[in-house]
Design a protein around this ligand. Structure first.
Ligand code: FNR
Length: 342
């Protein structure tokens, strides 16, 4: 199976994923405030990750590229939305275009459609420093994501089997890169142990890519009729993972990706300590089912819902949201207690 067909299959199966039965975001409840002392019009949602400043805390997370016409079309549409709403956008793994130059156009379209916006490159932890630089130069990127996807590789028969040098390669890239690095998971969450290892080698931004949204263990099983299903429920939820990283590495900027569906989810992720959130599956589904109009309506809905929740809580900005009182119940409560997270 070549990378191109695999990319298309990932898109196809991600669109068919059933909704998860329990939503860890539901374990987080905000405490209602009857006197919020804020006007809707005065709420500000700009944020920053290190030296990168965003006017929206929602970014379009890594999905596609390297799959021909179809992924070019998806990337063009996503890039147009990113430009219209001034949202950062990350492309899917550029390893395909590094190995095969003919695939570059499917990624380059993102920079062409969004010449002045924040565009983020994406590579795997198998990449060398030279490949990382090539990925950034391909898009004149403002930052570089390095994805960690051990479970997905293990479930794929053709996947990688060697993970012992990942940290060393990430360290080399961090030392040589001219742009900020974001290390990200792809839906299994980041633990405090992984965050500590990444902090030690100089990583300053982590996208937790938590459990509860797009599930690559399930996707890989759908691709081959469920041969290895032991990882289908594996992973740290997005909310627990934000707490794992933020409580153990307070100086790391956290991005809360994984299962974001509403502005309330976004407010919860930000209040737990994330500086921004990434959305992938929801945007892809919306684009597939309802086209550009549906995608635009979804982005506007998320922004409006976030502003409504912030108003209700009396949070004038993202920093104010991090001070909003909340109560944690359910499995997340037990998870945090057993992991010693206050
Ligand atoms: C992804 N994701 C992803 N991540 C990455 O770092 N490199 C990649 O190439 C891809 N490819 C990809 C393809 C498709 C079709 C989807 C839906 C997702 C993972 C993505 O960035 C994100 O971490 C997860 O999808 C979890 O977020 P959602 O989908 O629950 O919002």
């Amino acid at each position: 199976m070549d990378r191109t067909s695999r990319k298309i299959e990932h898109i196809e199966h991600s669109l068919k994923l059933p909704n998860v039965s329990t939503r860890p975001f539901d374990d987080i409840k905000f405490v209602h405030q009857s006197l919020p002392n804020v006007d809707v019009n005065s709420v500000e949602i700009k944020t920053s990750i290190g030296e990168l400043h965003f006017s929206s805390p929602i970014f379009i997370n890594a999905m596609t590229g390297g799959g021909g016409e179809r992924t070019t079309h998806i990337n063009r549409s996503l890039a147009k939305i990113a430009r219209k709403y001034n949202m950062p956008i990350a492309v899917g793994s550029q390893m395909a275009a590094i190995k095969d130059k003919k695939q570059r156009a499917t990624f380059e379209v993102v920079r062409q459609e969004n010449p002045d916006g924040i565009v983020i490159s994406n590579i795997g932890s198998e990449a060398t420093v030279k490949e990382a630089i090539e990925a950034i130069e391909m898009l004149n990127a403002d930052a570089l994501q390095i994805h960690l996807n051990v479970i997905q590789e293990l479930v794929m028969p053709e996947g990688d089997r060697s993970f012992s040098s990942s940290l060393m390669r990430i360290r080399d890239i961090v030392e040589h890169m001219p742009v900020p690095i974001i290390v990200k998971e792809v839906g299994f969450g980041m633990s405090m142990e992984a965050a500590a290892s990444l902090a030690k080698i100089g990583v300053r931004a982590i996208d937790v890519g938590g459990y509860g949204g797009t599930n690559f263990a399930v996707i890989e099983n759908l691709r081959r009729d469920g041969t290895i299903d032991l990882f289908n429920d594996w992973g740290i939820s997005t909310v627990a993972s934000i707490c794992e990283v933020k409580a153990s590495q307070p100086f790391i900027s956290v991005i809360g990706t994984g299962g974001i569906k509403t502005g309330l989810d976004i407010a919860k992720a930000l209040s737990l300590g994330a500086s921004a959130v990434g959305v992938a599956g929801l945007f892809l589904k919306e684009l597939h089912q309802n086209g550009m109009n549906g995608l635009e309506a979804t982005v506007e809905r998320l922004h409006n819902e976030l502003i409504m929740v912030m108003t209700a809580l009396g949070a004038k900005n993202i920093n104010g949201l991090s001070k909003a009182p909340l109560v944690i119940g359910g499995e997340t409560f037990h998870w945090l207690e057993q992991r010693g997270i206050k």
